[in-house]
Design a protein around this ligand. Structure first.
Ligand code: EN5
Length: 413
């Protein structure tokens, strides 16, 4: 069935949970890693994408905007912006060799891509450096030519050459073997447009006007002390997140530099010594903190990112503006007792409720979230509805028992 995956160090389907967590195949010294690139069909050649070159970023953008992930009936297709890709592919410590492309030899056209970025993960009680693999894309005209397995093997080789032997990745489809599966949920912000483009629908015994009314949000955020995250907040946000992450069984372990990258760079407030390529109107991430007015301590944090989708074949609207819930944390009510009383749930509802308002005010059409982290209990109260998409989480060369969605704390953008 899965010819390629049967050859890879991943748990095979129906294998059953492992007795112990750990690697599937051992690491090897650099010299023992294959030194030459895997062969490609004769008309193609490998290329390393230089994401510091705007021209090459644009080539990846062009490839993905026409050939990347679509929903099940091909109404929408992800449209990652060039700024988004530059942000996602350049975290602290990134390796240019992990940005792998395939070109047509004759005209140098980019026709396939796969990427990895390094991340330190904790999975249950083990910590390791992994590659976050993302943006695997093969041009539509070259599908079913078995290019994806070669791309995966080549990026794996490049990852091995840097001494990394584990990876994490997600997919809408099932391959051997998900460590967890989350559902997409959607909160309408612009009901009329969502219905017009068939993202949403008016149920029988409902009217558009009634739907608009029931999805109305307050004009302004509700939490006292809420404001945009700034550079000076990085140490406190890093500490808040790492404490909050103790609740989950698969999480990134971010340094302060990584927190600054994940939450400030995409806002356009990164390295102040260098000219900043991120425009406010090309903003990728939104990050907010709640500062206690008396103590000046940061008690809560949330973030979301912008990932528009092309609306395929719609004459009136070309783009769906979607915000995706990213990381969040609170230190309010983190005790088991408070959790039992529902204080944590209420706080998160207020926090993410404010995220919806910020997103609506920034003109997003919809706010998306998965059933991961502590999201599930707040989705219904905040008027999210179940989507038709699933997201499967995978680990490469690491065995662990399946994780419940509410134990997953890694968000892949
Ligand atoms: C990267 N490593 O299927 C892998 N999106 O629900 C990425 N559905 O937008 C893999 N089909 O349900 C990504 N509207 C996998 C996801 C691929 C994209 C995808 C789904 C997620 C989606 C929408 C549109 C469906 C159109 C028909 C959807 C219903 C929303 C409605 C709002 C109001 C309340 C009820 C639900």
């Amino acid at each position: 069935e899965h010819k390629f995956w049967a050859t890879q160090p991943v748990p095979q389907l129906g294998e059953g949970p492992p007795l112990e967590d750990g690697y599937i195949e051992p690491s090897k010294p650099r010299e023992e890693v294959r030194q030459d690139a895997y062969p490609l069909p004769k008309d193609f050649e490998w290329t390393t994408i230089d994401v510091n070159d705007p021209g090459q970023c644009k080539e990846v953008y062009d490839l993905l905007s026409l050939n990347y992930v679509e929903d099940d009936d091909a109404t929408f297709r992800f449209k990652y912006s060039a700024q988004f890709l530059e942000w996602a592919l350049k975290p602290p410590g990134y390796h240019k060799e992990w940005h792998v492309g395939v070109r047509v030899k004759s005209n140098r056209k980019l026709v396939a891509f796969i990427s990895g970025v390094p991340v330190k993960l904790r999975v249950r009680n083990h910590q390791f450096i992994a590659a976050e693999i993302n943006y695997l894309c093969v041009h539509k005209k070259l599908r079913s030519r078995r290019l994806a397995p070669v791309l995966i093997k080549e990026v794996t080789r490049q990852v091995h050459l840097k001494g990394v032997f584990q990876a994490i990745y997600t997919g809408g489809v099932i391959i051997p073997t998900p460590v967890s599966t989350c559902q997409y949920y959607h909160r309408s912000l612009n009901v009329a447009k969502l219905v017009e483009v068939k993202f949403s629908f008016v149920p029988r015994n409902m009217t558009l006007a009634r739907m608009i009314r029931s999805n109305k949000l307050p004009d302004q955020t509700s939490l006292p002390g809420i404001r945009e995250m700034e550079e000076k907040d990085v140490p406190q946000v890093a500490a808040l997140l790492s404490r909050y992450f103790e609740r989950f069984d698969a999480v990134p372990m971010y340094s302060k530099e990584e927190v600054a990258h994940q939450f400030l760079i995409g806002k356009g407030k990164g390295d102040m010594d260098r000219p900043n390529p991120w425009r406010r109107d090309g903003q990728v991430t939104w990050a907010y903190v709640v500062e206690n007015p008396e103590t000046k301590k940061i008690t809560d944090f949330f973030s979301f990112y912008s990932l528009p989708s092309t609306i395929i074949n719609n004459p009136a609207h070309s783009t769906l503006e979607a915000a995706y819930l990213y990381y969040y944390a609170t230190d309010v009510a983190l005790t088991p007792r408070a959790e039992e009383q529902g204080t944590l749930k209420q706080r998160l509802q207020d926090l993410i409720g404010d995220a919806l308002i910020v997103a609506r005010n920034a003109n997003f059409d919809v706010f998306n979230a998965l059933t991961m982290m502590d999201n599930s209990p707040m989705l219904n109260p905040l008027k999210f509805g179940k989507g038709d998409g699933l997201l499967n989480f995978y680990l490469y060369n690491w065995r662990t028992a399946p994780l419940l969605p509410n134990k997953v704390g890694v968000v892949m953008v």
